[in-house]
Design a protein around this ligand. Structure first.
Ligand code: C2E
Ligand code: CA
Ligand code: CA
Ligand code: CA
Length: 280
């Protein structure tokens, strides 16, 4: 009976102690995963709304745990950030994405700009890695906007990380910058003009009901007009239906990303779906 009680307890309300154990295990496994390179990048097309053309993709990390199966990034990225492992993971992501962009350019003759996500922690700790990356881009001969970096609004508020200098260094190497999850954070409008940002990504919480909720539609329209006036292009995240696509297109949105077009898929599938016919 005691055993049963414990099991029940485990299943329904894991105690703090259980959580701490789970977390320790996750950290251990994550270290292993970094060493053994258990990660893979999936690519989700970013689609020009007016033409349907695909010239960009977002790289999203996938971790296949040998026992647990797929562990979602929402579960392990925060742990990776807390432990600093995100620096090494982020390094791998960047290199992998750059190599993929180069392979598509030099192998198939198509330019697909790949976006990689960067948490503020990565930004803070990357230090000299930045120079290594910029060198890598040169080596791979993809300095012309083959890679884009997605940052979040919170980062722009933190003056302590040398954000300005780092963003400038990216820019010098031809790396573009997207502001991810726009509208969910500090919405630091003043920073939009201070930093040279190329793309603004409207968060899914605005696109979800854009076709049915007048207020969401008004907000999206206003964001798009503002972004364009500030010289940015707009990408709507989480586009799932044709109705959403229509409203966003009518509002002047440049790009869409979401399940309507495709889920994130492995590079080989991306090549097959979007690039093969183009290279012929
Ligand atoms: P994000 O950067 O906002 O990425 C978009 C997320 O929305 C992805 O979840 C993607 O699979 C999902 N998504 C795309 N289209 C749709 C749609 O139409 N409907 C819905 N419901 N969802 C859609 P994912 O891959 O689970 O990643 C979650 C978050 O984990 C990302 O949010 C990002 O913050 C973080 N992440 C993923 N890969 C990396 C990475 O390599 N480095 C870092 N630092 N963070 C990453
Ligand atoms: Ca992103
Ligand atoms: Ca996002
Ligand atoms: Ca700009």
């Amino acid at each position: 009976a005691k055993e049963q009680g414990r099991n029940r307890f485990n299943y329904f309300t894991p105690s703090m102690q259980e959580y701490a154990k789970y977390r320790m295990r996750l950290i251990q496994d994550l270290r292993q995963a970094v060493t053994n390179k258990e990660f893979e990048l999936h690519y989700q097309p970013i689609v020009a709304l007016a033409t349907g053309e695909v010239t960009k993709a977002e790289a999203l990390i996938r971790w296949h745990h040998c026992e647990r199966g797929a562990v979602p990034p929402s579960e392990f990225i925060p742990v990776a950030e807390d432990t600093g492992l995100i620096v090494e993971i982020g390094n791998w992501v960047f290199e992998q994405a750059a190599r993929q962009s180069a392979a598509w350019r030099h192998g198939l003759g198509v330019d697909i700009q790949i976006s990689v996500n960067k948490s503020p922690i990565q930004f803070r700790d990357e230090g000299t890695l930045l120079n290594d990356w910029l060198k890598l881009l040169q080596e791979l001969n993809i300095t012309g906007a083959g890679v884009c970096v997605e940052i979040t609004e919170g980062l722009l508020l933190d003056a302590s990380m040398g954000v300005t200098e780092k963003l400038l260094a990216y820019r010098d190497a031809g790396v573009q910058v997207s502001l991810d999850d726009f509208g969910t954070g500090y919405s630091s409008l003043a920073y939009l003009k201070k930093f040279d940002i190329d793309y603004l990504k409207i968060d899914q919480s605005f696109t979800r009901n854009v076709d049915t909720d007048k207020n969401d539609q008004i907000l999206c329209e206003a964001i798009i007009v503002m972004a364009h006036k500030l010289g940015m292009k707009v990408i709507a995240e989480g586009v799932e239906t044709e109705a959403q696509r229509q409203v966003l297109l009518a509002a002047g949105c440049d790009y869409g990303q979401g399940y309507l077009f495709s889920r994130p898929i492995p590079a080989s599938e991306f090549t097959q779906q979007y690039l093969q016919c183009r290279s012929l």
